[in-house]
Design a protein around this ligand. Sequence first.
Ligand code: IMP
Length: 428
Amino acid sequence: MSSVVVVGAQWGDEGKGKVTDYLAAQARTVVRYQGGSNAGHTVVVNGKTFKLHLVPSGAIHANKRCVIGNGVVIDPVTLVQELEGLKESGIDVPLHISERAHVILPYHRVLDQLEEQRRDPGSKIGTTGRGIGPCYVDKAARCGVRMLDLRTPEAFRARLAAVLPAKNALLKALYGHEGFTVDEIMAQCGPAAEKLAPYVTDTSLLVYNSIQAGEKVLFEGAQGTLLDLDHGTYPFVTSSSATAGGAATGSGVGPNFLNMVVGVVKAYTTRVGEGPFPSELQDAIGEKIRQNGAEFGTTTGRPRRCGWFDAVVVRYAARINGLQQLAIMKLDVLSGIPELKVCVGYRHQGAVCEHFPADINILDQCEPVYETMPGWDEDITGIRNYADLPANARAYLERIAALTGVPIALVSVGPGRDQTITIKELFG
Ligand code: IMP
């Protein structure tokens, strides 16, 4: 397998950053293909924690070609801050940014926040407020600004002059906001644009050439399947294609070049923001998982909602993404919980449905059907071989594989790079 796609198979925050960092050791090129600085990928190396938002998680290894693909939306100021922060830690990222990637500008952030404020309490999405949705709206409406427009200050100004009047009219009419001038945006974003200009290139060609040269390429997804614009719990989703198909469209390579799709899941389930979550725990066990797993958002610091592992969700993700292997993260967080539950189906109007519904009103009415399994007490954070895990932990993992129909390749037992049990190598 010369290319591997890492995709979130729940509601995001599954630990894709750690898996990407782990697999990047073998890759030459690492490509981030969708989302923006709404993502927060945490990588812990030798006790040092790196929190990445836009830079691919392969960056913590030396000499990896790091690509931000056309499917990503880029806030230039945030990206420059992230690159400078990494530089201070001694990491000079060999970055390549797609000329086709769209740019998040100050009015996108403002619109994101104003739109969210305007929604009724029951229909708030709980966005990260980073301007993601409004930027993808402009992309689809064909009034976006792309990275290639930032190559010179003149081109940047010209594009802003073309798109700003309509944005300002919208801001004024809907929200009474005074809007932005070209000069204001140039003052805020011009210096960052100039710094990023040298990295802007045809990344589709670069990735294609890397594959043709026989190099290993890693595609890093952000968010997760249930936050995917098409396949997630709409409208409580993000605005990009967080499923494996997004790796092809978001990096400009044909789907036949994607050899292996690995789904990343936590050994339980979390969700940030609003929207249905059938296996959510609103009790002391949920709180214990939140505390033990440090389940607070990397980007916003919000406490994450926690619940039992939901096999209906992951079975659905397996189908939508064509998952060939699973990486199970944070198994250590479940140590010390006497009984574990796994959601195996949803009961709706007296019948058990095994498939994930598209209608969130139906999902809201679904009662989870649980199987109960015995837990384990041992500290498993030092275990590196599958056979050394407590028998109950192995039984739990084997049940997850059976219920989802996907074999398990990796098990994570702590945040460190080394705290990983490899069952199967993902790059061939
Ligand atoms: P947006 O992507 O900021 O528009 O937010 C839309 C929804 O996706 C909200 O519920 C966010 O909490 C959620 N979301 C966005 N990015 C992430 C992420 O990286 N992890 C988990 N949830 C996310």
